[in-house]
Design a protein around this ligand. Structure first.
Ligand SMILES: [Zn+2]
Length: 68
């Protein structure tokens, strides 16, 4: 799997959130990564390495091709 993290990625984590959902959307990419739970809208901030350890799969990704 790629180490790439992109805004808007929908990802699945290894462990599900206490609310029961294991799907999250990446809402911020920077020095830290912010993800939002699809089940309860809880927002978690993680360091990049911690995020990559938690991520099990990328479920969908925006392919808009706009580099910034
Ligand atoms: Zn949740």
């Amino acid at each position: 799997m790629t180490d790439d993290i992109r805004l808007g990625d929908v990802i699945r984590t290894r462990k599900s959130h206490p609310c029961g959902s294991d799907e999250w959307t990446v809402i911020r990419v920077g020095a830290d990564i912010k993800i939002k739970c699809h089940g309860c809208s809880h927002i978690v901030m993680l360091e990049r390495d911690a995020f990559l350890k938690r991520r099990k799969a990328i479920l969908s990704r925006k392919e808009d091709g706009q580099g910034e």
